[in-house]
Design a protein around this ligand. Structure first.
Ligand code: LLP
Length: 414
């Protein structure tokens, strides 16, 4: 059982009781299941087995070294968006030859580091970036492998903040302008054109926009081939969405079949860059109730985790299931579950029916993706510790930050 489940009313992840874990390691605490992470990765490998492929885990979803190392051991490549993410992948023993570098604002030093490491491909997002990369590669006496991120202008039907493939978004180059860019690139001495990529958005629950985007990309690949520009890989961006509150997540095997049909008889390798669907449902955030504040209009459960730990509710009004860690025979009340931060937006869940007492523990489910990786120190709050559970074993994979750590590097005036 790699999903959170109850044994005698106590919530467990794998073989570990979460109340005992919280006593031992404190709260707020991120907890991940190794079995769930591995199962999610294997599901991708199986779904795409019929097509030559590379799964490049999107590091931004959760960049903890232990998770990166786990995926590296399973053979994953990585999708990075900064020099910092590259450094993490290398520290976690990821293979640089399986790294693709996405992002609209790559700096010179980041390009250099990626060229020195020998990454698989730069996903280039503009003409200026192409020319900068050609120059930087030239200075190092190298040739940069390049794919262009094309913007296929399809509506992914997701939250506007995480939709990226519409023409009004900042990402990629308009698909109509891509052929000219490929011709320019083919003539540059320090660029080698190797692929194409697109990414239309995240938390996609409907496969049809993904299939539409793929079709537009395939049409372009064929037009380029007719001009003599043959590509080695087609990168279709992020993975499928996940279930946060009982939504039906897309059928990954079905996505694999849709792509297998399209790739049949082709020479290019498929690359996918899933983040959320590899880690999201493998992690949860434990928090303790500090105070219950009961009122005529509303009840608040003030917990010791906040928007700095899990920003998704405040930023996207995202829903995370909140459950009691120990089921108690108390009457349920309707609570807004909030953190201690001085902002009205600091909520983790609103109008939740829970039976709680002060001092109780709650778990915020499906927090493995874009939880810890988007956390901050707002209100001078040290960031949470992270634990990986493996059957009955627990591994501290990141220590809780300390106040001294937060202030290290700051200076008073002379
Ligand atoms: N590739 C690229 C180029 C991306 O921009 C992203 C996500 C991914 C791959 C991974 O997509 P996924 O498989 O996770 O859907 N912070 C937001 C999500 C932002 C996603 C940004 N890009 C959230 O918490 O929902």
């Amino acid at each position: 059982m790699n999903a959170p489940h109850r044994i005698d009313g106590r919530l467990h992840l794998e073989g570990v009781a979460l109340d005992t874990l919280a006593e031992r390691c404190g709260t707020p605490l991120y907890v991940y299941s190794r079995a769930a992470l591995e199962a999610a990765y294997r599901a991708y490998e199986e779904a795409f087995a019929a097509t030559p492929h590379l799964i490049c885990y999107a590091v931004k979803a959760n960049s903890s070294l232990a998770l990166l190392n786990l995926f590296a051991r399973m053979g994953a490549g990585f999708d990075i968006v900064s020099g910092g993410e590259l450094a993490r992948v290398l520290s976690a023993q990821g293979d640089p030859r399986k790294v693709v570098f996405s992002g609209v604002g790559k700096r010179v030093d980041e390009m250099r580091a990626a060229l020195e490491a020998g990454i698989l491909c730069f996903n280039v997002e503009s003409t200026s970036e192409l020319h900068r990369l050609n120059r930087v590669a030239g200075e190092l006496g190298k040739v940069a492998p390049v794919s262009f991120r094309v913007n296929p202008d399809v509506d992914p039907k997701t939250h506007p903040y995480i939709s990226t493939g519409l023409k009004e978004n900042k990402f990629g180059v308009p698909i109509a302008e891509a052929p000219a860019l490929y011709r320019t690139a083919a003539a540059l001495p320090h660029i080698r054109v190797t692929g194409i990529d697109c990414h239309i958005g995240s938390q996609l629950l409907d496969l049809s926009p993904l299939a539409d985007a793929a079709d537009r990309v395939f049409a372009l690949v064929d037009a380029l081939a007719a001009e003599g520009i043959a590509l080695e890989h087609i990168d279709l961006g992020g993975g499928v969405g996940i279930s946060y509150r009982g939504e039906t997540a897309p059928d990954l095997a079905g996505y694999g079949r849709v792509l297998a049909e399209r790739f049949a008889g082709r020479r290019e390798t498929l690359i996918v860059e899933p983040g959320r669907s590899l880690v999201g449902n493998a992690g949860l955030l434990l928090a303790r109730v500090e105070y219950l504040k009961l009122g005529a209009d509303k009840n608040f459960a003030i917990v010791d985790a906040a928007m700095n730990d899990l920003m998704r509710p405040a930023l996207y009004e995202a829903y995370h299931e909140i459950v009691e860690v120990i089921a108690r025979p108390l009457p349920k009340r309707r609570y807004d579950v909030v953190g201690p931060i001085c902002e009205t937006g600091d909520f983790l869940g609103s109008a939740r029916e829970l039976s709680l007492d002060e001092g109780d523990l709650v778990a915020l489910l499906s927090s493995g993706a874009y939880g810890m990786s988007m956390s901050s120190n707002y209100n001078s709050r040290p960031r949470a510790a992270e634990i990986l559970v493996d059957k009955k074993e627990i591994h501290l994979i990141r220590e809780r930050e300390t106040q001294e750590g937060l202030m290290a590097g700051e200076r008073l005036l002379d």
